[in-house]
Design a binder for this molecule. Structure first.
Ligand SMILES: *[C@@H]1O[C@H](CO)[C@@H](O)[C@H](O)[C@H]1NC(C)=O
Ligand SMILES: [Zn+2]
Ligand SMILES: [Zn+2]
Length: 348
């Protein structure tokens, strides 16, 4: 197979991964899990019982119990990228007179990101507790559409406040529940959605900035090598100009680690940028991922006259407005950054 085909396959695979992850993130039945289940079914009769049990248990521990695995993985990937950047790209850039100021931006971003990452991990997302539930019940009114009054959580044995949800991984109810994020090993809820948003944006900025610096470095390397005006002698003994294919091949062979890192960064950037935009959109319309996901299944009799009874939302005068909770973009954002606190009961 020639190099260009291989390269095209590489690009297609990366793009397909991005599209698939964007499309299916947050859903229960992802193509990945379907494929995984099929493979498991085929492989399981061939593997010994103890191995099956072990793998099941470790999978369970990895995805259905709180654990720091993904935090370690996150730090490891980050360390790899920064090591590569510091040891290879930094030196090249210095030689090409990139200013120290622009080369230190990635490190500043790393510090900022780490700060928000830490807050995401450490901050209580808004756990519903016996002590606080009285006040938490009054933060949001029940909409009688997705959240109904008087429903208790069977596990926590507490009345569920509106917009809350029980997190099965953490085994607690969380107020204004968004989702459980394995990368920070914590739920994203009322009290840490703001840090989560800032974290997403700082990771994007980090990946984007390093990718731009690296791209710039590669561009300079190509210009400097004179490859663009070079030529070679082909099989027939004719002189041929070295085309772009030649340049790409040269880069791959000369800087394999840097090219690999750049590919990874571009992938992470587009993935997280999409995710960050989705979460910003949710923040702007006063919705959580949980509500967005739940309300997609809802249809209105006005829009779907043939819908069955259990598919119907409660008739509401505002049914035509999809986001009838939104009180304006700024106020919605304000509520993310200054979350409503549980109402304290006055002691008389
Ligand atoms: C957000 O929606 C909730 C209902 O889900 C509502 O009680 C609250 O007032 C809304 N906040 C804003 C700022 O619109
Ligand atoms: Zn619960
Ligand atoms: Zn959780």
């Amino acid at each position: 197979m020639d190099f260009l085909t291989l390269f095209a396959i590489y690009v297609v695979v990366v793009l397909t991964c991005i599209v698939l992850v964007c499309k299916y993130s947050g859903q229960q039945q992802t193509p990945f899990s379907i494929v995984f289940n099929c493979v498991a079914k085929v492989v399981s009769p061939l593997t010994p019982k103890w191995l099956q049990k072990l793998s099941q248990r470790s999978l369970h521990r990895l995805f259905h119990q709180r654990n720091n695995m993904f935090i370690y993985l996150h730090v490891l990937l980050e360390a790899a990228v920064y090591a590569e950047f510091t040891y290879e790209v930094f030196g090249f850039c210095r030689e090409m007179d990139t200013t120290v100021t622009s080369l230190s931006v990635p490190y500043v971003l790393l510090a900022v990101k780490t700060f928000f990452f830490y807050l995401c991990i450490k901050r209580d997302p808004g756990t519903v507790t016996k002590k606080k539930v009285g006040g938490q019940l009054h933060i949001y009114p029940y909409d009688r559409r997705l959240f109904h009054p008087g429903v208790s959580c069977p596990t926590c044995q507490l009345v569920k406040p509106a917009r809350s949800k029980h997190c099965r991984v953490c085994n607690r109810c969380v107020q204004r529940f968004d989702h459980h994020c394995v990368w920070v090993n914590n739920c994203i809820g009322a009290q840490n959605t703001r840090y989560f948003l800032l974290y997403l944006f700082s990771v994007c900025a980090m990946a984007g900035d390093i990718a731009v610096l690296t791209g710039d470095m590669l561009l300079h390397a190509v210009l400097r090598s004179g490859l663009l005006s070079a030529s070679y002698i082909d099989d027939q003994g004719q002189q041929q100009p070295a085309g772009p294919l030649f340049v790409v091949q040269h880069l791959f062979l000369t800087f394999p680690r840097i090219i690999f890192m750049l590919g990874f960064l571009v992938f992470v950037f587009f993935l997280l940028a999409g995710y960050a935009l989705f979460h910003s959109y949710l923040a702007l319309v006063n919705q959580t991922s949980n509500e967005w996901y739940k309300s997609r299944g809802y249809v209105c009799q006005h829009c779907h006259p043939t819908a069955t009874a259990d598919q119907l939302c409660n008739p509401s005068p505002d049914h035509s407005k999809r986001y009838y909770y939104s009180r304006g973009l700024l106020r919605n954002l304000g509520e993310i950054f200054f979350p409503l606190q549980p109402v304290r009961k006055k002691d008389n």
